[in-house]
Design a protein around this ligand. Structure first.
Ligand code: HSE
Length: 293
């Protein structure tokens, strides 16, 4: 009947904590067929099976929207494929939320506007930095003021990228607990100034400077580094072999490097020597976001 495809996302991008995110080329795909009863089939090892459809996260998202819009969704058989591992900092829950919203949109003929989809997604996720790039593609900078999300989509970076996925999980809740509750005005000023310079550098395609600023984050990386044993060494190897900058993807433990075009091979080779049990590969940056076909 139709296919929903949404990318993964890498939130924060260094100093853009809870505010910046970039869509990356790994996907969650739902193949949806009309049926006389609900059924979710997982064609992937990355997501555990769910016995009852009522407990399926994507169903719950779609159902909540149907209730909000006072409609009843006709049942469907949904085959899920996923390239996005859970709890690794690649926005798997944001992708599932955006997919669930689109499922309700399609099955309920809701014709939701982009801004409505984003508002629902932020309501489910609590912060916009993963759901916004997942929905829109590219690099999205956003903020919430009085429950309204303000956002700007920018083109993706004109760089290559490498992701380093370790074989352990970090739950976002836990990674948020290690952050300070407050910053002094002096710390906050320095931290946001770094973010401002990074953004200006990205807008002018000065990736050397942007990468340098990404690595100077003061909002979350210094605190989360202690949860991520590979943090320091990985950054330093990637830098030595030419990366612009290497950061924690979302709440970690995955890290991501932005790299000059066609220069990923050497960094991949060198980091694989040290982190042989990691999944390390170059990754495309997605400029499109949610697709329905
Ligand atoms: N901005 C969020 C965080 C992204 O870093 O906690 C992870 O969900």
């Amino acid at each position: 009947m139709f296919v929903i495809k949404v990318p993964a996302s890498s939130a924060n991008v260094g100093p853009g904590f809870d505010s910046a995110g970039i869509a990356i080329g790994r996907y969650l795909t739902l193949e949806v067929k009309k049926s006389n009863k609900w059924k979710f089939i997982h064609d992937t090892d990355l997501i555990p099976d769910v016995l009852y459809y009522e407990n399926h996260f994507i169903y719950k998202v779609a159902h909540k929207i149907a209730i909000d819009k006072k409609i009843k969704l006709s049942p469907a058989e949904v085959i899920m494929k996923s390239e996005i591992p859970l709890a690794r900092g690649l926005g798997s829950s944001a992708s599932a939320i955006v997919a669930g919203i689109e499922l309700a949109n399609q099955l309920g003929d809701l014709n939701l506007l982009e801004s409505e989809k984003l508002a629902y997604a932020v309501e489910f996720e609590g912060h916009p930095d993963n759901v916004a790039p997942c929905l829109l593609g590219g690099f999205v900078v956003s903020t919430i003021i009085n429950n309204q999300t303000f956002y700007k989509k920018l083109p993706s970076f004109n760089t290559d990228a490498i992701i380093y996925i370790p074989n352990f999980e970090i739950k976002t809740d836990h990674a948020r607990k290690v952050l300070p509750k407050t910053f002094s005005i002096d710390e906050a000023t320095r931290a946001s100034a770094i973010g401002n310079v990074m953004l200006s550098a990205l807008l002018t395609e000065d990736y050397e400077l942007a990468g340098q600023m990404m690595e100077e984050d003061l909002f979350h990386e210094p605190y989360r580094a202690k949860l991520i044993p590979h943090y320091k060494e990985l950054k330093s190897i990637a830098k030595k072999f030419g990366a612009y900058g290497t950061i924690i993807s979302g709440a970690g433990p995955t890290m991501i490097s932005f790299v000059p075009k066609n220069q990923t091979d050497k960094i991949i080779e060198e980091t694989k020597k040290v982190f042989s049990d990691f999944e390390i590969s170059s990754i495309s940056l997605d400029n499109t976001g949610l697709i329905v076909k």
